[in-house]
Design a protein around this ligand. Structure first.
Ligand code: C2E
Ligand code: MG
Ligand code: MG
Ligand code: MG
Length: 266
């Protein structure tokens, strides 16, 4: 990276890393109490059907609102910590339940939205996962087919697919997240009961340049050929919306439409 060019930069890099380690330690130590105090919440980002721009669903995105802090913390800073400290199961259940309850509240208000919830690699390795999901669907009353679980290809790389199959058997949708950023994409797609592919933001950012347009067109066609819908992630401009619609992507989500926000703003 940038810091490895000479000794001076290397020192800067080490200092930055030590500071980052301390900050990670503090966050890890604060996790259990934060969980007890209910500091974790879910923001929602709309998913638009590109044909008519209707909002057909939302992605639930975890946030950690620490008291006294101006902005909530992104999951990039705490999901891995929760995995490493053994708290991902209670945290994951809490987030899933919150999202499902919100989905039911929207249904009661006349809005039929697909609720899409992310799962981490550790969650996907938990034999109790399918039972947890079934239990939460039952307790909240969200119909299984209104829940979509987002999994990444790296998370299922080393697994036999049993846990994923048990999730599919519940009747929930399964989205392959960040598609196009890993090497196993096609193997995952052919092996797992995936219903939706989320085209990685990196892919979308390149759309229109070089071979990216033709690659997207054919990836979308490939998904459709095997009965899988597509959602473009990280859509930031109107021209990306036009291009993605032209290339046949079913759905899109990104800052161009709306950033993740508390449910009251959705
Ligand atoms: P992801 O599932 O790929 O989610 C998309 C990320 O892109 C989100 O970051 C979202 O806020 C951000 N984003 C949305 N629109 C745009 C855009 O137009 N441009 C750009 N540059 N970014 C955009 P966020 O919320 O920080 O979440 C980061 C990751 O954390 C997620 O990536 C997901 O893998 C994970 N995550 C989020 N919520 C949960 C959760 O409840 N449980 C688990 N296990 N993981 C979660
Ligand atoms: Mg996701
Ligand atoms: Mg993604
Ligand atoms: Mg991601």
């Amino acid at each position: 990276g940038w810091a490895r060019h000479d000794r001076h930069d290397h020192a800067v890099f080490e200092t930055g890393r030590a500071e980052a380690d301390r900050s990670r330690h503090r966050l890890a130590a604060a996790l259990p109490a934060a969980l007890d105090r209910g500091e974790f919440l879910v923001h929602y980002q709309p998913i638009h059907r590109l044909r008519d721009l209707a909002v057909i669903g939302v992605e639930a995105l975890a946030r950690w609102q620490r008291p006294g802090e101006p902005a909530p913390l992104s999951p990039y800073h705490f999901i891995t910590l929760a995995e490493q400290t053994g708290l991902i199961r209670p945290l994951g259940r809490l987030l899933l339940e919150q999202a499902c309850r919100q989905g039911v509240a929207w249904r009661e208000a006349g809005r039929d939205l697909m609720i899409s919830v992310n799962l981490s690699p550790t969650q996907l390795g938990d034999p109790a996962l399918a039972a947890d999901v079934a239990d939460i669907l039952h307790r909240t009353g969200l119909p299984a087919d209104r829940l979509q679980l987002e999994i990444t290809e790296s998370a299922v790389l080393d697994r036999d697919g049993d846990i994923v199959q048990r999730l599919a058997d519940l009747g929930v949708g399964l989205a392959l997240d960040d598609f196009g950023t890993g090497w196993s994409s096609l193997a995952m797609l052919s092996r797992l009961p995936i219903t939706n592919v989320k085209l990685a933001a990196e892919f979308i950012a390149d759309a229109g340049a070089g071979h990216a347009t033709e690659m997207l067109r054919h990836v979308i066609a490939l998904c459709h050929a095997i009965g899988v819908t597509t959602t473009a992630e990280g859509v930031e401009t109107a021209s990306q919306v036009r291009l993605l619609h032209e290339l046949g992507s079913d759905n899109g989500q990104g800052y161009h439409f709306a950033p993740p926000a508390p449910a009251v703003h959705c």
